[in-house]
Design a protein around this ligand. Structure first.
Ligand code: PEP
Length: 259
């Protein structure tokens, strides 16, 4: 299975800055077999970056979209409009769920819409700090995984990338958080694989990529990537700083060659 290193730029960089940053990354990154580097710039930059990028080195993801393909939805962009621009789309990120009040229904419709349009959804799931404190992590993760996949046919489940992103470990805007330990992540990865196995069978459980996200840095990336269930990382803050993002990619390459 591939290793995915996905950078979520969130609402950062102007169109010009995004282009300069991508240029810098393209100069430094060499394509490597089995390693998929993806960046999710702001929507306004996608058109120009899609012309600029070398997809063998860096593919693009959308951070958000609406699940209808077209129609009277002022201000929205559909995933069908993004088809020629991106290969991936992030769905259900906690910032969308909690700041923009996206519902479980929105999330499952978006996952289905992405697949319908040939775009790989990166479905984010993760418990909040209070859910973890009250011992609800397993229930929350199970509900989010099965809820998010509920409009997907059993044979298509492995086309979805799942990203475990504990909300309490996401660094967000300047928040100082304690990163998750690889042991915390290992337990939740096992739970996700088990949930997929019970519902969709062993093969799907083994072939569905699982990423981790939450305060990933060059210092801790190797700890997560070394987990046997880990197929990559979703990176916010550190993906905005070229040397950090590149260090993480190099670490992923190194570990991939050892596996
Ligand atoms: C994220 O928001 O998806 C994320 C992982 O952010 P950070 O790496 O900054 O915690």
């Amino acid at each position: 299975m591939k290793t995915y290193i996905v950078g979520n730029w969130k609402m950062n960089f102007s169109v010009g800055e995004s282009s300069l940053y991508l240029h810098k990354l393209l100069l430094k990154i060499r394509a490597a077999r089995g390693l998929e580097v993806v960046v999710a710039p702001s929507l306004v930059s996608l058109q120009s970056l899609s012309l600029q990028t070398d997809r063998r080195k860096i593919k693009l993801a959308a951070q958000n979209f609406f699940y209808r393909d077209f129609g009277a939805y002022t201000g929205e962009v559909s995933v069908s409009q993004l088809r020629s621009l991106v290969d991936y789309a992030i769905v259900g990120h906690s910032e969308r769920r909690y700041i923009f009040k996206e519902t479980d229904k929105d999330v499952r419709n978006k996952v289905a819409a992405a697949l319908r349009n040939g775009i790989t959804p990166i479905l984010c799931v993760g418990e909040t700090e209070s859910e973890r404190t009250f011992g609800e992590t397993a229930d929350v993760i199970r509900d989010m995984v099965l809820g998010g996949l509920s409009e997907v046919s059993a044979e298509d489940v492995k086309k979805v990338i799942l990203a475990y992103e504990p909300v309490w470990a996401i660094s967000g805007s300047g928040r100082n958080v304690k990163p998750a330990s690889p042991l915390d992540v290992k337990d939740v990865f096992s739970l996700i694989r088990e949930t997929l196995k019970e519902t969709y069978g062993k093969e799907t459980a083994e072939e569905t990529p699982l990423l981790f996200g939450g305060s990933v840095s060059p210092d801790n990336a190797g700890g997560y990537l070394s987990l046997s269930d880990c197929n990559g990382l979703l990176i916010g803050g550190a993906s905005l700083i070229a040397p950090k993002f590149i260090d993480i990619i190099e670490e992923a390459k190194r570990l991939k060659s050892e596996k």
